[in-house]
Design a protein around this ligand. Structure first.
Ligand SMILES: [Fe+2]
Length: 223
C-alpha cells in the first residue's frame, strides 16, 4: 500500500511557457481533477488510488500559467506567524488552495475530517509532522495521537492524506514557501463543523516514543 509520497524533480521543465508547453494549463487541470473526483461518490471509492491519480495530474500542471498565478498574486500578510490561504478553486467536489508561508509561519496541528488531501510544494521548503489518532485506553480525557512521519517538502515534492491515515498534521515553513493543496471533498458543511485544532504534549508517552497526548479545540488555539 502506498504510504506518503515524496517525489523530486517533477518540475525539471522549468522553462515552460503557455504557448510552448506540453503541461496542463489551469483550465485543463481543473477539468481532469473534476473528472477523477467523481469517484468520491462511489461506495467503492479507493482513496489511495485517487491521491495517486491526483499526484500524476498535479505533476503535469503548468505552475507558471498566468491564469493560476493571477489568482494568488496579490499576496498580503494578514496574520503574523500564519500563512496566507487563498482558495483558487472551489465546488462541491474539491477545493484547490494556495498557501503562502513566510519562513517561520506555522499551521498548528489540525485534522481534515472525512477528507483526502494532496499537498504539492511549488516553491520553498516546509516541514510537516503527520499523525494518526490512536486508541485511548481511558487514562486521559483527550486524544492520543501517533507521529507517523516528519518530512520536509521542497519544490516538486508531495504529501498526501486520506480519511484513514495522516489526517492530522502540522506545517512549519523552514523557508518562504508556496503550497498548492487539493482537498477532496472540500472543507464545507459538517466537515467544517467537525474540523479541529490540537495541542499536543511536548514529550511522548513513557515507553511509547511516538505517541502524544493531544487536546482538541474547536477554535484556533493560537501559538
Ligand atoms: Fe491541513
Amino acid at each position: 500500500m502506498l504510504a506518503y509520497i515524496s517525489s523530486t524533480h517533477l518540475f525539471s521543465d522549468d522553462f515552460c511557457y503557455e504557448n510552448n508547453c506540453n503541461k496542463l494549463n489551469w483550465k485543463k487541470f481543473l477539468k481532469k481533477v473534476n473528472k477523477i473526483s467523481n469517484n468520491q461518490f462511489s461506495n467503492s471509492w479507493d482513496q489511495e488510488l485517487y491521491v495517486r491519480e491526483l499526484i500524476s495530474i498535479m505533476a503535469t500542471l503548468n505552475i507558471k500559467d498566468s491564469n493560476l498565478i493571477d489568482l494568488y498574486s496579490s499576496f498580503k500578510k494578514t496574520i503574523f506567524g500564519f500563512p496566507e490561504l487563498t482558495t483558487v478553486f472551489k465546488d462541491d467536489k474539491f477545493d484547490v488552495v494556495i498557501i503562502e508561508f513566510l519562513k517561520g509561519d506555522k499551521i498548528p496541528l489540525h485534522n481534515h475530517p472525512d477528507m483526502t488531501g494532496v499537498i504539492l510544494c511549488l516553491d520553498g521548503e516546509v516541514r510537516i509532522e503527520i499523525f494518526n489518532p490512536v486508541e485511548n485506553n481511558g487514562s486521559f480525557s483527550g486524544t492520543f495521537i501517533q507521529l507517523k512521519e516528519a518530512i520536509t517538502l521542497t519544490k516538486g515534492n508531495f504529501s498526501t492524506l486520506t480519511t484513514q491515515r495522516g489526517n492530522i498534521h502540522s506545517l512549519e515553513a523552514t523557508q518562504d514557501c508556496i503550497l498548492l493543496d487539493v482537498f477532496t471533498p472540500p472543507y464545507r458543511g459538517d466537515r467544517l463543523e467537525r474540523y479541529r485544532w490540537y495541542t499536543r504534549s511536548s514529550l511522548p508517552e513513557p515507553n511509547s516514543p511516538n505517541i502524544y497526548k493531544a487536546v482538541e479545540h474547536k477554535q484556533f488555539p493560537g501559538f
